[in-house]
Design a protein around this ligand. Sequence first.
Ligand code: NAD
Length: 513
Amino acid sequence: MAMTPTELSTTAQIRERVSKSLRSCGVDLAADAEATWGSWTPITGERLFPVTPATDTEITMAIARAYDAFGVWRSTPAPQRGALVRRWGDLLREHKSDLATVVTAEVGKISSEAQGEVQEMIDICDFAVGLSRQLYGRTMATERPGHRLMETWHPLGVVGVISAFNFPVAVWSWNTAIALVCGDPVVWKPSETTPLTSLACAALLARAVAEVGAPADVHQLLLGGREVGEQLVDDPRIALVSATGSVAMGQRVGPRVAARFGRCILELGGNNAAVVTPSADLDLATRAVVFAAAGTAGQRCTTLRRLIVHESVADDLLAGITEAYAELSIGDPFDAATLVGPLIGARAYEAMLSALERARADGGTVITGGQRRLHRQAPDAYYVQPAVVRMPDQTAVMREETFAPILHALTYRTHAEAIARNNEVTQGLSASVFTRDQREAEEFMAAEGADCGIVNVNIGTSGAEIGGAFGGEKHTGGGRESGSDAWRAYMRRATNTVNYSPELPLAQGVSFL
Ligand code: NAD
């Protein structure tokens, strides 16, 4: 049986921890004492601190400041830009647990995962510092004698970062560390759910900026809701909008940015599947599935939502998963023993209930979980038992992303059928296969295999490293961030042809004059 819920931290205790961490990061909340807008904690469902959203004038001015800073930053040598990111990374190391505390308080992520998210920031800073000396262009063979053909990469302009609630620091840092070394100032519109986390992040970056003598306006933070994001989306001074969130958000943002010929990186919802084959190591698969499906209370874009399991191993695998689910400790994310924290709020819980109802109506059987765990002292907090539902088929409810811990399981007979099942949803973020058969693994990763941006073997769908490019296909938006050559999206490419001969041969042998 699951552990009895432990007592939750009180809102007063959470406030105390948060204000200590914020102070340590250099944030003084006193200035916001009159604000009407606020931050909340899903741990108790209560308000933490008031904060002030940006006004229209402040938004316009912040964009103008970042735009002006571009003039200086783009001409600063890239390794010098890297020095800013190096100092920022050092400060993140120093304040890792401060930031993680605020993430846990505002998002409800368990401490270990919150620390992991800050570690991801540190990792991308390290990566970006190295990158600041490796913004390579290529030299190509030219068809004309006495000529040189090459490409050079230049800073693009101001990058507008719009981020989602569930990765309130990592996604911003993936964008910001890379944008900064590429010579681009950043204007950040975080989720309305995580204003304190963003204040702490911005304060540390501002400190690094001041210490290394970078232009003070190279980073701007704009607190507020969707309307603030919309101003970034429509402002022609924002060269690139990097927007992370739901598919519905991307469907609004993409066309608006395209209409003004701006660039966009869209990192949208996922609906990720794992295929478990007859040859799979079931013990390993069970552990991976449980972390990917129930971890972060099912609130990762890469959360495992669909389990496609071979009919010969389905009963054994589901029995193992059910047993593991019964052991999950659900409760206060500040408690080191907790594995599953709260949902972000009432809407997420309602979405979970409605999805479970639809799955039942489609003939699904809830084999474990789905119940809410009420804490009498926190009636507005939403703690749920992660659910597993055995489905007769891949019905409509399974084709949508419900941002809550529901794992839908269905069986398959042939490997081709499993791949088809994986691919028949509109989202294309991540997919996994569990197998000890090399042919199956290769087929899953091949051109005719899983059609996602992240395709794994014997690893769950979540928990990517920063070294690879992160992002997904189809309705997930097609954007790539973080490692590999994702930096190219933050720069402008120029193709340069240099004629160092006294002749003027034309390309393709054309004669003229
Ligand atoms: P959301 O779409 O509600 O909001 C995301 C951000 O977009 C917020 O800052 C919000 O204020 C802003 N926004 C909303 N509408 C906007 C508009 N019309 N114009 C400009 N800005 C707008 O998402 P959420 O609930 O915060 O996060 C959960 C979603 O994000 C899930 O769908 C999840 O899969 C997705 N997500 C994707 C990735 C990825 O890398 N693919 C990473 C994290 C989260």
